[in-house]
Design a protein around this ligand. Structure first.
Ligand code: AMP
Length: 505
């Protein structure tokens, strides 16, 4: 991570304000290198993959150069897939949120022409689209590029792999001669090099190097998971792993606080660690982690730099790092003082290409992380509940409670199992998810294999794996309790006695 701040880069004040609002702490390496070059109007060739922060690397400087009062397309981004086009358009919308009367329009195949034509007529300063559909609009005359100031090819090698390169070249040929151009690609196959040579002039080259280093004593695991299920996956990891202390890495300051709050509501002793805290507060958090007052810290890369707490047994990469260097630093927060450590990386389907890069950079393979099946998880939760129950069976108030319940049972002709069952259901209703009365659901399986190309082969050729979740029985009421089935509820509380704060889930 660079020491540079976004304020040092010379971005438009409105763009800077938007970035500050998103909560990015510092520019990622590709941003630190690309933003000044693009702000100067240079052409740019960026060798970097998803997850490095490349979208902001081109969006922030290019937005700083548009004339927001002109409604014609001034920035055009070509993306290989509809999903990426939407994602990049969303990023632009966020970064342009402080401009008035500003429009970003995604244009992709598979969608009706009509809303796209309507959007183009209304006017949009930024267009993000897939090559085929953009070309259709250019041919129909519904998209005009005469005011275009900048063109970006995002994930150029993917566009090549998907057979779009001719469309891409046709679009490039229609862009104004003086238009600024940037090409981003994870790899540089000859055809992409040729495009770069033909359409980029004196381009600034930015390469996010993957350094190779051995990560000793740290077992590395990867868990592919859909973005919206990351929190579920994390809470299960925290439930089943024998964690002494853990550090969880996220990308933004805001996320450190948000995630720490969510985990705290689930009963974990957790604190955020980010650049907004002053030196004293940060030192206090680290001290709390060292002394066991906190077991989990949710941190950004910058805030966790150099953190040395020997009791950290686990590093969880909740968000993928920007580059291999950041990854190596992150996982190096465990396995300290000669101990062993475990690093678990959560990757969303779009980020799967990181796997090979990280394996190469660390010189060691990543094992698929297997979450326990719902049935195993439930079994474990019941065992934990049982051991807590046995603990309370030694409580000094037990005799009084038994006498009271005996009377109630006798008066109402209930047997003791029914009384106990009703009490358990009551406890669960007061603190949903605190008792294992419902079977946890299985998280959807995501393949760790990178996307296939058109010919059906996997780029790179290394066999992927499909870490999965063993199938378990369908959800239902927990065993061992009589009476009504369990009410609605989240996940049970796991290894600890139910607490009041659990109700906040
Ligand atoms: P990308 O490589 O463009 O797909 O970006 C990956 C993710 O990183 C996105 O979710 C961005 O919101 C996030 N991101 C980009 N730049 C930064 C930054 N400087 N600080 C924190 N997060 C960032």
């Amino acid at each position: 991570m660079s020491e540079l701040s976004f304020a040092d880069l010379g971005l438009d004040p409105a763009v800077l304000e938007a970035v500050t609002a998103v909560g990015y702490e510092t520019p990622s390496p590709i941003q630190a290198q690309s933003i000044p070059a693009l702000l100067q109007g240079n052409h740019l060739l960026g060798v970097a993959q998803t997850g490095t922060g490349k979208t902001a690397a081109f969006a922030l400087p290019l937005l700083s150069r548009v004339d927001a009062s002109v409604m014609d397309p001034q920035i055009l981004v070509l993306a290989p897939t509809r999903e990426l086009a939407i994602q990049v358009a969303e990023a632009f919308t966020t970064y342009a949120s402080k401009f008035r009367n500003f429009h970003v329009l995604p244009i992709y195949g598979g969608q009706d022409f009509f809303p796209q034509i309507k959007g183009l007529r209304r006017g949009a300063q930024v267009i993000v689209g897939t090559p085929g559909r953009l070309l259709d609009h250019l041919r129909k005359g519904t998209l005009k590029l005469d005011k275009l100031k900048a063109l970006v090819l995002d994930e150029a090698d993917e566009m090549l792999r998907m057979g779009f390169i001719d469309d891409v070249e046709a679009i490039l040929a229609k862009t104004p001669e003086n238009c600024q151009r940037a090409l981003f690609s994870a790899t540089m196959p000859p055809q992409i090099k040729k495009v770069a040579q033909t359409y980029l002039r004196d381009a600034t080259e930015v390469k996010i190097e993957s350094e190779t280093r051995t990560v000793e004593r740290i077992a590395q695991f990867v868990l592919p998971v859909y973005a919206e299920r990351k929190l579920d996956a994390l809470t299960r990891i925290l439930e089943v792993e024998p964690i002494d202390a853990a550090i969880i890495f996220v990308r933004t300051k805001a996320e450190t606080t948000l995630l720490a709050e969510k985990l705290s509501a689930r009963g974990h002793a957790v604190a955020p660690l980010n650049g907004d805290l002053n030196q004293r507060q940060r030192e206090q958090t680290v001290e709390d982690l060292k002394r066991g007052k906190k077991d989990i810290v949710v941190a950004t890369d910058v805030a966790a730099r150099g953190l040395d707490v020997p009791r950290i047994t686990h590093v969880i990469n909740y968000d993928v790092p920007y580059d291999t260097e950041a990854y190596i630093h992150r996982v190096g927060r465990t396995g300290r003082a000669g101990r062993n450590g475990k690093a678990i990386l959560l990757v969303t389907p779009r980020e799967r290409s990181w796997l090979r890069t990280l394996e190469r950079a660390t010189n060691s393979p990543m094992e698929p992380y297997e979450l326990p099946s719902p049935a195993d998880l439930q079994k474990m939760r019941i065992e934990q509940f049982e051991s807590q129950l046995l603990g309370f069976a030694e409580d000094r108030k037990l005799a009084k409670a038994m006498a009271m319940l005996d009377e109630i049972a006798e008066r109402n002709e209930m047997d003791m199992a029914m009384v106990a069952g009703a009490l358990a259901v009551w406890m669960e209703a007061a603190q949903p998810g605190s008792l294992p009365l419902e079977q946890p659901e299985a998280l959807p399986v995501v393949s760790a294999a990178p996307p296939r190309d058109r010919k059906g082969g996997r780029p790179g050729g290394k066999p992927g794996f499909k870490p999965g979740f063993k199938k378990g029985p369908k959800a239902g009421a927990g065993k061992g309790f009589k009476g009504k089935p369990a009410g609605k509820g989240g996940k049970p509380a796991g290894k600890r006695p139910p607490r009041q704060s659990d109700a906040k889930r």
